[in-house]
Design a protein around this ligand. Structure first.
Ligand SMILES: Cc1cc2nc3c(=O)[nH]c(=O)nc-3n(C[C@H](O)[C@H](O)[C@H](O)COP(=O)(O)OP(=O)(O)OC[C@H]3O[C@@H](n4cnc5c(N)ncnc54)[C@H](O)[C@@H]3O)c2cc1C
Length: 300
C-alpha cells in the first residue's frame, strides 16, 4: 500500500484522502474509514488511478452521493472513488448528454431549461446520475431508464457505448457486471414547454414533501416493494413502526425509511434490517430484499 500511495501521489491529479470516514459520504451517516478516498479530475485521471490500483491488487468501489448506501463499520479496505468531478451536461439537438457525477436535480433542471421533458421525477431524488442509473431510481411513475438511449461504461480501461437494448435493468436495478463504471448517459427526451415541465416538477416535489417528511438521516426506501405490495404497509402490519436497535430506528413517519436518530452504527442498521425481515416473513410470508446497497468490510 505504501508504494501504491507514492505512485498515486505522483501521478494522480485529483483529490486524495487517507483513512477517510465514509460516514461523511453517506446519508445514513454511518460507515467506517476507506483506506483511500479519491476524487478523479476526469476520465483519464480515473483510468490512471484504476491502472495503479490494479497493478497493486487493491480493490476499489465507486460511489455516487451515498444516498443509497449502508457502509459497514469496518469501512472499505481499498480505494473508494467518487466521480463528482465528471459533471458535464450538454444538449445535442434534443439528445441530452450527462456525465455520471451530475446531480439528479441538476439534470432535471437542465432538461427543463432546454424544454426537454421526461426527467421531471428526478428533481427530488437525491444523488448522482451514476447512482440513479445503477439503481434505476424512480418515483411518481417514472424511472431513470425510461428515457435513456445509451450508457457509456468504462470496462478494463476501455470506454464502451452500450445501447439501452443491450442493458439488463429492471425495478431498482441494473446488472452492470464486475468492475464496470458508468461514465455518462444519453437521454432522448420529448420536447415540451418550460411551464408545463416546471408544473410537473413542482408536483413531484409537493408529493414528496407530503409523503416523506422524514427529518432524520436516512437512505430513502430501505427495502424494495415486493410485487403488488407496499413494503411500508408490511412493516407497519408487523408492528414495527418506531422500533429501534441502538441508534437505528424504523421511522415513525414512513416505515420503509430507517433513520439514524443519533449515534447509530452500521451494525445497528444491519440488526434492525434483519429483525424487520424476520418479522415480516413471519407475519406476511414475504422475504424482503434490501434496496439499499450494503458494502464494506464484513468482519464488522
Ligand atoms: C430522502 C431520500 C429520498 C429518496 N427517494 C428516492 C426515490 O424516490 N426513488 C429512488 O429510486 N431512490 C430514492 N432514494 C435513494 C437514492 O437517492 C437513489 O438510489 C440514488 O439514485 C442514489 O444515488 P447516489 O449517487 O447517492 O448513489 P450511491 O448511493 O452512492 O450508490 C448507489 C449504487 O450505485 C453504484 N454507483 C454509483 N455511481 C456509479 C457509477 N458511476 N458507476 C458504477 N456504479 C455506480 C454504487 O457502487 C452503489 O452500488 C432516496 C434517498 C433519500 C436519502
Amino acid at each position: 500500500m505504501n508504494g501504491l500511495c507514492d505512485d498515486i501521489r505522483t501521478s494522480f491529479r485529483g483529490q486524495l484522502l487517507y483513512g477517510e470516514p465514509l460516514s461523511r459520504h453517506t446519508s445514513l451517516k454511518v460507515g467506517g474509514p476507506a483506506d483511500i478516498f479519491a476524487v478523479p479530475e476526469d476520465v483519464d485521471d480515473l483510468r490512471n488511478l484504476l491502472q495503479l490500483l490494479k497493478a497493486d491488487g487493491t480493490p476499489w468501489l465507486i460511489i455516487g452521493g451515498g444516498y443509497n448506501l449502508l457502509v459497514r463499520d469496518g469501512g472499505f479496505r481499498g480505494a473508494v472513488i467518487t466521480l463528482k468531478k465528471l459533471d458535464r451536461i450538454e444538449n445535442h439537438n434534443g439528445l441530452l448528454y450527462a456525465e455520471s457525477g451530475v446531480s439528479n436535480q441538476a439534470l432535471a433542471i437542465f432538461a427543463r431549461d432546454n424544454g426537454l421533458a421526461g426527467l421531471e421525477f428526478l428533481v427530488g431524488i437525491p444523488g448522482s446520475l451514476g447512482g440513479a442509473l445503477c439503481m434505476n431510481a424512480g418515483a411518481h411513475g417514472g424511472e431513470t431508464f425510461d428515457r435513456v438511449s445509451s450508457v457509456d461504461i468504462l470496462n478494463c480501461g476501455i470506454r464502451e457505448k452500450c445501447e439501452k437494448m443491450s442493458l439488463n435493468y429492471g425495478y431498482r436495478r441494473l446488472q452492470l457486471g464486475d468492475n464496470k463504471i458508468i461514465i455518462s448517459a444519453e437521454f432522448s427526451c420529448l420536447q415540451d414547454g418550460r411551464e408545463a415541465i416546471t408544473a410537473r416538477m413542482d408536483d413531484c416535489l409537493r408529493r414528496r414533501r407530503e409523503s416523506q417528511k422524514v427529518a432524520l438521516p436516512n437512505a430513502g426506501s430501505f427495502f424494495k416493494n415486493p410485487a403488488g405490495q407496499m413494503v411500508w404497509r408490511l412493516i407497519d402490519e408487523a408492528g414495527l413502526r418506531g422500533c429501534s436497535v441502538g441508534g437505528a430506528q424504523v421511522s415513525e413517519v414512513h416505515t420503509n425509511f430507517l433513520v439514524n436518530r443519533g449515534g447509530a452504527t452500521a451494525a445497528d442498521f444491519l440488526e434492525l434490517a434483519a429483525l424487520i425481515k424476520k418479522r415480516v416473513l413471519e407475519k406476511s410470508g414475504l422475504l424482503l430484499e434490501e434496496e439499499v446497497r450494503i458494502v464494506g468490510d464484513d468482519r464488522y
